[in-house]
Design a binder for this molecule. Structure first.
Ligand SMILES: Cc1cc2nc3c(=O)[nH]c(=O)nc-3n(C[C@H](O)[C@H](O)[C@H](O)COP(=O)(O)OP(=O)(O)OC[C@H]3O[C@@H](n4cnc5c(N)ncnc54)[C@H](O)[C@@H]3O)c2cc1C
Length: 373
């Protein structure tokens, strides 16, 4: 069996960032990812600037991204408001972002295998990780960064997995030359909302989250787009005038916002595996990368300091994760609830449109400050 210091399960933003951080620090790192790179992913592709200092520390150079400083919001009846984003962000496709991180991880010495993990066992202070190719790997530390939902959550008997997840995510790229570079727009429709923003290729990403209750009223994505999503006049205009660049939109089912434990059976959970913030906050990617930093720093201390045992590392990681993200998760939950109720959503929009300060304060409550290095 191959032995490693650290095994990371899942090579999205959280897992790849851990791989870069820990391989940079000289550890023997194996990352197991089920898909090869590059690949598209359902995601809004607006990234908060808060992670830039950390990406610089990791010496990660991204392809030319699109700088975004303005937010547009509309209710389902089309009422629109616009405001400057306090910190701003950038647009980059997951196709390019994940692939760049993957190349960096390889360059700094992380080993990447394209295998699906189906079993993790912790025994006598070590982990044994098994994959569908019937291979076994062992490590002192395992980081779980396998995203929102996986068969592994069942194996680990995680509480949220038995609860219903009534959300669906859909995404595709479009050509719409007159869409402003500096804008991220969030438009509400019956039972969901969709985000529009440009990516590094010039394509506009349209990604939405919809409840099954609303989606079930239609036969497929095409009908849902024309009959429900287009109920918002801004989205109607977009879908009528933009040229699709994908053969078909990609989608994910059973998106869960349930509460999760940060450490499960001694596995340090990272990114969406530890908790998914509501996408309307546009902060999940920054949180995934930030949580990778928090986890990697604890793992580094664990290996370097004999007085900092496993229990202490687990407690410390849980505390630091909650300190960094708990308040944003709660605010995101409340905002999503309010935005999806027609009466409260119109009331909220009317209130915030009279007070741009209020909307900036709501944005700040769902985002972090630039990560301190
Ligand atoms: C509709 C929608 C829109 C969003 N829009 C935005 C946005 O605009 N801005 C933003 O910041 N965030 C947004 N988010 C959130 C963002 O997409 C996530 O927070 C982010 O992708 C989390 O990264 P991650 O690395 O934790 O997980 P992922 O990127 O999902 O990576 C997990 C990886 O694990 C792999 N994997 C899974 N199971 C296994 C296994 N058993 N073995 C091996 N590999 C496995 C998967 O293939 C995947 O590559 C959005 C989310 C949704 C649902």
């Amino acid at each position: 069996m191959d032995n490693y210091d650290v095994i990371i399960i899942g090579g999205g933003l959280a897992g790849l960032t851990c791989a870069v951080h820990l391989a940079n620090a000289g550890y023997n790192v194996l990352l197991l990812e089920r898909n090869t790179y590059p690949h598209h992913k359902v995601c809004g592709e607006y990234v908060s600037n808060e992670i830039l200092p950390y990406l610089e520390q990791l010496k990660l150079s991204l392809p030319d991204t699109v700088s975004i400083d303005t937010l547009q919001l509309s209710t389902r009846n089309g009422e629109l408001l616009q405001t400057k984003l306090p910190l701003g962000g950038f647009g980059i496709s997951r196709f390019a972002f994940d692939h760049t991180l993957y190349q960096k991880a390889i360059a700094v010495g992380a080993i990447v295998h394209f295998e699906t993990v189906n079993n993790i066992v912790f025994l006598e202070d070590r982990f044994v990780v098994r994959t569908e190719k019937e291979k076994e790997y062992s490590a002192k530390i395992v980081i779980g960064a396998y995203g929102k939902r996986s068969g592994l959550d069942k194996q680990l008997n995680r509480g949220f997995i038995s609860k219903p997840s009534p959300w669906l995510g859909v995404k595709a790229h479009y050509l719409m030359p007159d869409f402003p570079d500096n804008l991220v727009a969030l438009h509400n429709f019956e039972g969901g909302y969709g985000g529009l923003s440009k990516t590094e290729s010039g394509a506009v990403n349209f990604c939405y989250l919809a409840s099954y209750k609303s989606f079930r009223t239609q036969k497929n994505i095409e009908k849902f787009n024309s009959n429900v999503v287009s109920g918002n006049k801004h989205l109607n205009y977009f879908l009528k005038n933009a040229r699709p660049l994908f053969d078909e939109p990609i989608s994910i089912a059973q998106v869960s916002f349930g509460q999760k434990d940060i450490v499960e059976d001694h596995i340090l959970m990272c990114g969406d595996t530890a908790g998914l913030i509501h996408p309307l906050c546009g902060n999940g990617m920054a949180m995934a990368i930030h949580s990778a930093k928090i986890a990697s720093e604890r793992v580094d201390t664990y290996f370097k300091n004999k007085d900092y045992g496993r229990m202490e590392m687990e407690k410390d990681y849980t505390k630091a994760w909650k300190q960094a993200f708990k308040r944003r998760m709660q605010t995101g939950r409340i905002l999503q609830y309010i935005l999806l109720q027609p009466a409260t959503s119109n009331f909220l929009m009317q209130t915030v449109s009279k007070s741009p300060g209020l909307i900036r304060s709501l944005i700040k409550r769902t985002h972090g400050k630039p990560i301190s290095i």
